[in-house]
Design a protein around this ligand. Structure first.
Ligand SMILES: NC(=O)c1ccc[n+]([C@@H]2O[C@H](COP(=O)([O-])OP(=O)(O)OC[C@H]3O[C@@H](n4cnc5c(N)ncnc54)[C@H](OP(=O)(O)O)[C@@H]3O)[C@@H](O)[C@H]2O)c1
Length: 262
């Protein structure tokens, strides 16, 4: 895929992995970028840092359908088309299911899943007109291997992977590549309230994701061969991963006690 002259819409592009994706895409030639986030300041900062890029900065909340309508209307107004949609915005709230507030459960699903599906639906008439387009959905390693204290987050992220696979098969007659990225723990604001070692950098995740896009990789899984082996084990012998989760249960409870980014 040639990224020059591609029109790209990314959610959550003002911070973390999304911001690193913006930098990676700009470095590889993208000049038209629509970036969505709730806070205007991180969006404005992009225009200051990446001069020469034609940004469409849209303050919007992906959990609100009316905001998503406005996002797509602004893209149509400015460009009349769209080649690449990157659904990156996401939030987490960790804890035992019995301890999670109803609001945090509903909002994790609304941001990580419902918003992603609705934005995809609303962008599809544009994407289906692209001569060479893509949909990149950001899931998580927890989308493959669920862990205690992350039941809702993991459920949203597993659903993201299934949604991507269904969309790719549903859209087979269009020149659209549909892919999923499964980051491991990454050093971003999302992880500031968790105690985790050995974090990937957001730049490494973005590089792997964009290289995957260029190679038309379907699933970009961060975490190396060890992670891929764990995914196979989780599928074929889930009781082995159960044993790992049980052995680290109390440590995980401590490390995730305050993990919340919403
Ligand atoms: N960091 C990790 O360890 C890790 C691991 C696996 C997967 N992921 C996934 O990677 C993606 C990016 O995460 P990150 O670590 O970069 O998180 P982050 O640093 O917290 O950044 C999240 C971005 O999403 C935006 N956002 C959050 N809620 C939004 C909403 N309702 N509407 C619009 N924008 C919203 C935020 O901007 P505003 O606050 O201004 O809205 C921010 O730009 C997420 O989908 C996450 O689940 C992260």
């Amino acid at each position: 895929m040639d990224l020059n002259n591609k029109k790209v819409l990314i959610t959550g592009g003002g911070a973390g992995i999304g911001r690193a994706l913006v930098a990676e895409l700009v470095q590889r030639g993208v000049q038209d970028l629509a970036v969505v986030g709730r806070r205007p300041e991180p969006l404005q900062a992009l225009a200051t840092e990446f001069t020469g890029v034609r940004f469409l900065l849209i303050t919007a909340d992906v959990s609100r359908a009316a905001d998503l309508e406005r996002v797509v209307a602004e893209v149509i107004d400015a460009w009349g088309g769209l080649d690449i949609l990157i659904n990156n915005a996401g939030v987490v709230s960790a804890g035992l299911l019995t301890e999670l507030s109803d609001e945090d459960i509903i909002q994790q699903i609304a941001v990580n899943l419902t918003g992603l599906i609705l934005l995809t639906k609303k962008c599809l008439p544009l994407l289906q007109q692209s001569q060479e387009g893509a949909i990149m959905n950001i899931s998580s390693g927890y989308g493959y291997i669920a862990m205690p204290f992350y039941s809702v987050y993991a459920a949203t992220k597993a659903a993201v992977g299934q949604f991507s696979d269904a969309m790719r098969r549903e859209l087979h007659q269009y020149p659209l590549h549909v892919m999923t990225v499964y980051p491991a723990a990454t050093a971003t604001d999302m992880m500031k309230t968790a105690v985790v070692r050995n974090l990937d950098s957001a730049e490494d995740v973005a590089q792997a994701a964009v290289e995957g896009l260029l190679r038309r990789t379907i699933n970009v899984v961060l975490g190396g061969p060890e992670r891929e082996a764990q995914i196979r084990t989780n599928f074929l012998e889930p009781e082995k991963i159960d044993a790992v989760a049980i052995a680290s249960f109390e440590a995980l409870r401590e490390r995730t006690a305050t993990h919340r980014s919403m």
